[in-house]
Design a protein around this ligand. Structure first.
Ligand SMILES: Nc1ncnc2c1ncn2[C@@H]1O[C@H](COP(=O)(O)OP(=O)(O)OP(=O)(O)O)[C@@H](O)[C@H]1O
Ligand SMILES: NCC(=O)N[C@@H]1O[C@H](COP(=O)([O-])[O-])[C@@H](O)[C@H]1O
Ligand SMILES: [Mg+2]
Length: 393
């Protein structure tokens, strides 16, 4: 039971991170009458444009984070990105605040080391071989141990930032410099991972709610330079692969605990399913669920974290998503081609409303549905190809 937004008796949700995924979370929360507060490092972020209030703070600064949380006293603190002062969230949770799904899940997934050690060393889940390094010298030794090709990533980064494939020992220095430029926090540690030659990769959206643990139909996706380009649902998998994928997703989400949606990323190799990483929140490749499921991943997250039941999740149709990315930096641009894009049948577009473009920044996504998943992929790609960014400065 809760009162109307802004009445003083409302259920208050504070989102830490206000990008395209958070925007949809806020919309779903408002559909259930929740008061919403959006926080991010820059003004006019997508979720801020639909929230009741917003704040611009440096979310890696524990003091700033605590100040805003104590001022607002939200019922739910919902991390939307990894780069947050998670130690402060752990303390606030101890003091009685509710962090989604748990402060410990946010802490462990904030850096690749925490979640990788939990998955591999504590739970014994299959992962690529890995090692960590804090300097170029250590990285050379780590690459020699793992072998080439290998993948090198800052331990704190997302959407492929600072990530590169190291093909020969001669590439190590370049990979190190690239990781140092791309990492989010002032952290120099990197992870080196064995390069997995997978046939395909998926996100298994896993929902933990009062109704138990439920798995959405697997989402296949293609990534370029560590960032997602297109996704589709369902992805064709054998029974054995589905069983193994659900086993891995069940184990990692059980260990992280709490309620909400998790995006479990898995690599499908001919004879093995590998755990890659997990988001304790909606996943970018899961935007496709806005076109395919009765409850999108955002609706599921909100329902689960509010403690409401999720008796069923229905895949209504196969579907696909395809991203629109910027190719230069600009604060003056327009997004065009919507007339042509929306003329493609069974298709939709989400324009995120980000105030600035950057090289590789995701600005919009095309969504399509069809009885046939391959047809849906073609349509989504066609829709995205109609969209264009016109830079006016
Ligand atoms: N060990 C690996 N072997 C082969 N490919 C890999 C490996 N690690 C990562 N990749 C490729 O790079 C992509 C991005 O990697 P990863 O998910 O670790 O990065 P990320 O920055 O956390 O991305 P996001 O935040 O978008 O999930 C993977 O989806 C996969 O396509
Ligand atoms: N893979 C993670 C992911 O997709 N996160 C989404 O991108 C936003 C940041 O975008 P920006 O870097 O363009 O500001 C985040 O706020 C989240 O919505
Ligand atoms: Mg990933």
């Amino acid at each position: 039971m809760y009162g109307a937004p802004l009445s003083g008796q409302a259920k208050k949700m504070m989102l830490l991170g206000s990008g395209e995924l958070g925007k949809e979370v806020i919309i779903e929360a408002q559909r259930l009458g929740v008061e919403t507060i959006a926080v991010d490092r820059y003004a006019s972020a997508p979720a801020m444009q639909v929230a009741h209030r917003s704040y611009v703070i440096h979310m890696l600064d524990g003091e700033e984070l605590r100040r805003i949380i104590e001022q607002e006293r939200p019922d739910l603190i919902v991390p939307e990105i990894e780069a947050i002062a998670t130690q402060t969230l752990v303390e606030l949770e101890r003091e009685g605040y509710r962090v989604v799904p748990t402060a410990n899940a946010a802490r462990l997934t904030m850096d690749r080391e925490g979640i990788r050690r939990l998955a591999s060393e504590t739970l014994g889940l299959p992962t690529a071989k890995y090692a960590f390094a804090d300097s170029l010298e250590e990285l050379k030794a780590a690459v020699a141990e793992i072998g080439t090709p290998c993948v090198i990533k800052p331990i704190m980064s997302s959407s492929g930032k600072g990530q590169s494939v190291c093909r020969t020992p001669d590439d190590v220095e370049h990979s190190w410099n690239y990781a140092m430029e791309g990492g989010r926090a002032k952290m120099t540690r990197v992870i080196v991972e064995e390069f997995i030659r997978f046939d395909s990769e998926i996100t298994l959206l896993t929902v933990r709610s009062v109704s138990g643990t439920t798995y959405c139909a697997p989402i296949g996706h293609i990534q370029k330079d560590g960032d997602y380009i297109e996704s589709w649902q369902p992805h064709d998998m054998s029974e054995a692969q589905i069983r193994e994928a659900e086993h891995i997703a069940g184990a990692i989400t059980e260990a992280l605990g709490g309620t909400g949606i998790y995006g479990v990323e898995l690599f499908l190799a001919p004879d093995k399913v590998y755990f890659s990483e997990v988001s304790p929140r909606p996943h970018d490749t899961g935007m496709v669920t806005m076109a395919t499921q009765d409850l999108s991943e955002f609706a599921l997250h909100v329902r689960a974290i509010l403690g409401f039941p999720i008796p069923s999740i229905r895949l209504l149709t196969p579907g696909a998503s395809y991203t629109l990315k910027a190719d230069r930096e600009s604060a003056k641009f327009r997004i065009g081609g919507l007339e042509e894009a929306l003329a493609v049948p069974n298709s939709q577009v989400r324009v995120f409303g980000k105030p600035e473009t950057k090289v590789g920044r995701r600005m919009a996504v095309a969504l399509s549905s069809s009885d046939d998943v391959e047809q849906a992929r073609k349509q989504a790609k066609e829709v995205a190809s109609c969209l264009r960014i016109e830079y006016t400065e």
